[in-house]
Ligand binder design. Sequence first.
Ligand SMILES: CC(C)(COP(=O)(O)OP(=O)(O)OC[C@H]1O[C@@H](n2cnc3c(N)ncnc32)[C@H](O)[C@@H]1OP(=O)(O)O)[C@@H](O)C(=O)NCCC(=O)NCCSC(=O)c1cc(O)c2ccccc2c1O
Length: 279
Amino acid sequence: MAQVQWQSVREYEDIRYEKCAEGIAKITINRPHKRNAFRPKTVVELYDAFCDAREDIAIGVILLTGAGPHTDGRYAFCAGGDQSVRGAGGYIDEEGLPRLNVLDLQRLIRTIPKVVIALVAGYAIGGGHVLHILCDLTIAADNAVFGQTGPKVGSFDGGFGASYLARLVGQKKAREIWFLCRQYGAKEALQMGLVNTVVPVEELEAEGIRWALEILEKSPIAIRCLKAAFNAELDGMAGIQELAGHATHLYYLTEEGSEGKQAFLEKRSPDFRQYPWLP
Ligand SMILES: CC(C)(COP(=O)(O)OP(=O)(O)OC[C@H]1O[C@@H](n2cnc3c(N)ncnc32)[C@H](O)[C@@H]1OP(=O)(O)O)[C@@H](O)C(=O)NCCC(=O)NCCSC(=O)c1cc(O)c2ccccc2c1O
């Protein structure tokens, strides 16, 4: 089965947010007239939907994609920050404040204890390219186009957008991508390890659902710990915190862990002697 019944979760202006009974959430950037470029409000809405998916214990996999094709027939995953609202100090929100709030979203995608899959049709460019990099997996349509534009348009993402990209494709290739601002097709992206697979564009969502359903058959705790472990290797103290948080979560689930709390509440000494020091 590679088709599901999507139910809208709540209404937004710049995105669509849906879930299905099988445990998948789908978040769609819905600004095709701007090649799905994000303004601060788009990011606020994306953040809100990702938070909802994080809190929903029925959801294990989140698909992130872009609406399309546009009326001109072109597809886009996301063309990065909306340059028409870029002002001094960031992208100007509805209150007139400059924002780089996509950085908050990047960290949420990175740490959410569920699997995030980017479904990329058409352009994944600039900050939109960085978003797919941050996703755990990327499924590309055969018409996908990847690239950074920062040095061309007076911007750069020196965080995950540079360092994690280099981990994915190697230092030389990452420097080429940023320094030359070229565009790369789906096949080339697959060859350089930037995406997991390439499918015909009309198969993109069905393939995403197939991957999601396969993941959803697996152990949620194993997957969340693995995601944190992959991150910990690269994310320093923040990565260790994330992995350690999962260890604490598991410890709280044990009888041994609750003995300490129970003893405190019963105003007695804890009896940890009953628990083995396993090899
Ligand atoms: C994506 C393209 C290569 C597509 O080219 P194509 O020829 O197919 O389409 P058009 O160029 O004609 O675009 C159609 C339509 O969409 C508008 N549009 C496209 N992208 C954007 C955009 N990013 N912002 C605003 N508007 C956009 C375009 O103007 C057209 O509108 P019309 O009204 O004229 O029809 C090509 O469009 C392209 O190169 N786009 C720009 C890509 C780009 O440079 N993105 C920004 C990079 S910087 C960034 O994203 C960024 C964001 C952050 O929040 C950061 C935060 C912290 C650090 C760094 C950040 C950062 O670098």
